[in-house]
Ligand binder design. Structure first.
Ligand SMILES: [Zn+2]
Length: 133
């Protein structure tokens, strides 16, 4: 006598409680839950702070590269700062107790992360250039 899948009711031919198809479905659902949802209501303050800072740094990069040598701005560098800062901001946000903090706190923390990322990145580049040259 075979048992029945607890999820869909089809007969099972092994000792498991859920058939393979249902088990794959559940795995897929779990995976989607862990995927970052940038539309989450509590995340918006961080999201827009990051985007605003990206544009500020982008325009600063354009202005400075124009003043320095009339050269092309290194847009990639601006993106790298953005990606690293966003990673750490999302990391901070992923802690349950930070999700419900005030927008002011979120904006302050995100700005702090962004500025630290920028400064550390500049220092690393300087050190690397000193080592190479
Ligand atoms: Zn099933």
């Amino acid at each position: 006598m075979s048992t029945i899948c607890k999820s869909c009711g089809l007969p099972l031919w092994n000792d498991s409680q859920i058939c393979d198809a249902c088990s794959d479905n559940i795995k897929q659902q779990v995976k989607e839950e862990y995927k970052f949802n940038r539309r989450e209501k509590n995340y918006q303050a961080i999201r827009w702070t990051n985007v605003t800072l990206f544009w500020i740094f982008y325009f600063l990069e354009v202005i400075f590269s124009e003043l320095e040598n009339g050269g092309t701005p290194s847009v990639l560098a601006v993106f790298i700062t953005f990606w690293i800062a966003r990673y750490f901001a999302r990391n901070w946000y992923s802690k349950e107790e930070n999700k419900v903090k005030s927008n002011f706190t979120k904006i302050a923390v995100t700005t702090g992360i962004y500025l630290s990322t920028f400064i550390i990145k500049q220092l690393v580049v300087l050190i690397l250039l000193n080592l190479i040259l």
